[in-house]
Design a protein around this ligand. Structure first.
Ligand SMILES: C[S@@+](CC[C@H](N)C(=O)[O-])C[C@H]1O[C@@H](n2cnc3c(N)ncnc32)[C@H](O)[C@@H]1O
Length: 245
């Protein structure tokens, strides 16, 4: 790292392999989709076998990373958190990816330690995310049960159900058996009930919309197409797999 008092240059220690291939559909915070999967691959030069020694006794990990897929580099002091329905908020009162330094911080669950990295769950990171550092979570110091959550405390949560047709469930079963991945149905449902749609698409459920009504999230090698029937129900329309095309 080169360093003067205001300018820094940093180097990634590795990258994230993630079940989420696009920003769209990636959860807005860690821990929201418990069955999401990722692996933090550490580069050889950091000697993972030695540098990860001692981490296996910890259950959770802080991941400090770069929002490398950010497209807008202009600074905005106020941002529109998706959950605030159009209202804006000072960027430093949010967890927006769009900030002066595109640095993110996520608390994830450690699943296993491998010779070249750490397998984690509960992630909100896109595949390929560069990692600047990882640090163990210290519950006795960092857990603050009486902590206040500002504007985010007032948000109302809607209970959403995901509906599958027989045909899609059959496709899912085949995908599951071929991939041997973690529970795909759970992963898809936990992801979709967070409602990944940007604000402009919402509010037309069950009515004619001037916008696209079907959306797709990319999870592992599959595109899951879905649509909102009403505020509380999502229909899976179709699943297509890249490897089969
Ligand atoms: C709101 S941010 C929160 C990230 C982190 N927990 C934090 O607070 O810094 C999470 C969103 O960032 C986006 N994201 C995740 N990885 C990214 C990346 N590598 N580049 C750009 N955007 C990313 C996804 O759309 C995800 O929903």
């Amino acid at each position: 790292m080169t360093l003067d008092s205001h300018n820094f240059s940093m180097k990634a220690i590795g990258f994230v392999e993630s079940c989420y291939l696009d920003r769209f559909g990636t959860p807005r915070q860690p821990g929201l989709v418990k069955s999401s999967w990722g692996k933090i691959h550490l580069q050889k030069e950091w000697h993972p076998q030695q540098s990860l020694e001692g981490l296996s006794g910890f259950s959770h990990l802080w991941v400090i990373f770069v929002f490398h897929q950010n497209t807008n580099s202009r600074f905005h002091a106020k941002v529109h958190p998706p959950r605030l329905g159009g209202a804006n908020m000072g960027v430093f009162a949010t967890r927006s990816p769009h900030r002066p330094n595109s640095i993110g911080l996520s608390l994830v669950k450690i699943e296993s330690i491998e010779s070249d990295g750490v397998v984690v769950s509960g992630i909100d990171l896109v595949n390929g995310t560069p990692v600047l550092d990882i640090k163990p979570y210290l519950p006795e110091i960092e857990a603050i049960p009486e902590a206040k959550a500002g504007w985010s405390e007032q948000l109302v949560k809607t209970k959403i159900t995901v509906l599958w047709s027989h045909e899609q469930l059959e496709f899912l079963a085949k995908w599951q058996s071929e991939s041997g991945r973690i529970h795909l149905r759970q992963l898809i449902e936990e992801t979709l009930i967070l409602d990944p749609r940007p604000l402009i698409y919402r509010g037309y459920e069950g009515k004619a919309s001037p916008y696209r009504e079907t959306h797709a999230v990319r999870i592992f090698d599959g595109d899951v197409h879905f649509s909102f029937i009403d505020n509380e129900r999502i229909q899976i329309i179709d699943i297509s797999r890249h490897t089969l095309e």
